[in-house]
Design a protein around this ligand. Structure first.
Ligand SMILES: [Zn+2]
Length: 268
């Protein structure tokens, strides 16, 4: 086998171990931010775990994605929440049997938002209800969860961003919004909700120093290469609408970008 083929086989294994149930979408419209986050399924000990859950508008798609791999919501025993923004947590109520893994700093932050001491409109007021009656495992600093899986708290996008690192088959990071998308990473332009730019940048650097494959919060998985990014998946995104008098169910957007290496082409 050539080394390229071996490498490709290794990256396929990454995506087999961490199955993207819902792909992250890096987009906004004139009607607002389209908060579609990456939802990832993986094995933890002898059961199934999710990293982030998505929110109400992709609930049907999440249930369908689980069904496509013959899983029911009750099969999910652990849910890792990268942070407590609505687009990552609102489907938690689908998984009543799951323990939640979240950072202590994020809980404190979200409590302060609900108490009106800090403003962050992306933290939903209902989040405490989602946590009621569940096992909650809080993380400070970094913790080895199991075997080669480690979670680390990396402030930036929010004070308690949780990143899941895995060592096999290569070093992988499930980032949540600590790294949202390829453009943010290449241009160092992530907009932190509550932290300083330097904290955000330090956390980004921490992730790329530790991980070869980056699974961002709102983009498809990639590897950082000299001068650009190598995406491991195709990107497809379709939007349909019923905008009378235009045709019913008209396809308004049908976007496809192939996997592979893309050079950064300009400064912005
Ligand atoms: Zn967020």
């Amino acid at each position: 086998m050539s080394s390229d083929m071996e490498k490709n086989a290794t990256y396929r294994k990454v995506l087999e171990r961490f199955k993207i149930l819902l792909p992250g979408i890096p987009a906004r419209s004139n009607r607002g931010w389209l908060g579609y986050c990456t939802v990832v399924l993986f094995r933890l000990q002898n059961s199934w775990a999710l990293f982030d859950t998505g929110h109400y508008s992709d609930r049907t798609e999440l249930l369908a994605a689980l069904q496509s791999v013959n899983l029911k919501p009750r099969d999910i025993k652990h849910v890792f929440l990268s942070h407590l923004h609505y687009d990552h947590i609102l489907n938690l109520s689908l998984f009543p049997d799951a323990a939640v893994i979240v950072s202590e700093a994020e809980l404190t932050y979200a409590e302060q938002v609900v108490a009106g001491r800090i403003e962050d409109p992306a933290i939903p007021e209902v989040w405490p209800a989602l946590f009621e009656g569940r096992e909650i495992q809080t993380i400070e600093g970094s913790t080895v969860i199991h075997d080669d899986l480690e979670v680390a708290v990396l402030p930036g996008h929010t004070p308690g961003g949780l990143v899941l690192f895995c060592r096999k088959p290569v070093a992988i990071a499930l980032c949540g919004d600590v790294i949202k998308n390829g453009w943010d990473l290449l241009t160092d332009t992530a907009t932190p909700s509550a932290m300083t730019d330097s904290e955000q940048q330090a956390s980004t650097q921490n992730v790329i120093a530790r991980a070869e494959v980056i699974i961002p919060g709102h983009d498809r998985p990639f590897i950082v290469r000299e001068g650009g990014l190598e995406y491991l998946n195709d990107f497809t995104w379709k939007i349909q609408g019923n905008v009378f008098p235009r045709p019913r169910d008209e396809i308004l957007l049908d976007l496809y970008v192939a996997e592979g290496f893309y050079q950064r082409c300009c400064d912005k």
